[in-house]
Design a protein around this ligand. Structure first.
Ligand code: MN
Length: 205
């Protein structure tokens, strides 16, 4: 993982953000950090970050994460950030990249389902458990195959998974068994959500 893009975009004489120069090696199976920043830049968004291989893998989530399993949130993969960024809060001055205020909205640790995170990222489906102050439990990041900003950035979806204790939907189990991609096409979420809603007690009215 490289911080090249991160550094290229920023002037560390002007922004209070960490340069990532003090990179501490963090060995093996230590607890992996998780943080979501609330970033009031030109547009308000949330930056979802997972520690991996000495950096923070980062996704910009315009609407922020949702703990409702029926709600998929667009998460645009952005450049890796330095580990020090996990503790960063502050004001990025006008004229600098990402100008605005950054606060920690949630933080804690995360655990990948599959220890081979690099393979999961290449596959475009990263399943994991969050133990944050706000966000907990099973989540997944799924790459959509769509590009953002002239296709230079990958569009992923950040989705809360139903916990194992909850009855699983027949549809998703069948899809997995048949060998079909576990991710429905971009047009499917609407239908799925409606099915889930109608199954909920509150949908009986
Ligand atoms: Mn941001």
């Amino acid at each position: 993982m490289s911080l090249q893009e991160y550094r290229r975009k920023r002037h560390f004489t002007a922004t209070p953000e960490p340069s990532g120069a003090h990179r501490r090696p963090r060995g093996g199976t230590r607890r992996l950090r998780y943080v979501t920043h609330k970033h009031r830049a030109r547009t308000l968004h949330y930056d979802f970050r997972l520690e991996w291989n000495g950096v923070l893998l980062s996704w910009a989530v315009p609407k922020g994460p949702s703990s409702d399993p029926g709600t998929r949130r667009l998460a645009v993969r952005v450049e890796d950030h330095p580990l020090d960024y996990a503790k960063f809060e502050g004001r990025i001055p006008e004229g600098e990249y990402g100008a605005g205020t950054v606060v920690i909205w949630d933080e804690g640790i995360w655990r990948p389902d599959d220890p081979n995170v690099d393979a999961a990222l290449r596959r475009g489906e990263l399943r994991f458990t969050l133990d944050g102050r706000r966000l907990k439990g099973a989540w997944v990041l799924v790459r959509t195959g769509l590009g953002v900003a002239g296709r230079s950035r990958q569009a992923w979806l950040l989705i809360k998974r139903r916990e194992a204790a909850a009855p699983s939907t027949a549809g998703s189990a069948a899809a997995t068994k048949s060998g079909a991609p576990r991710t429905p096409p971009a047009s499917a979420p609407r239908t799925r959500r409606r099915q889930r809603r109608s199954a909920a007690p509150s949908g009986s009215a």
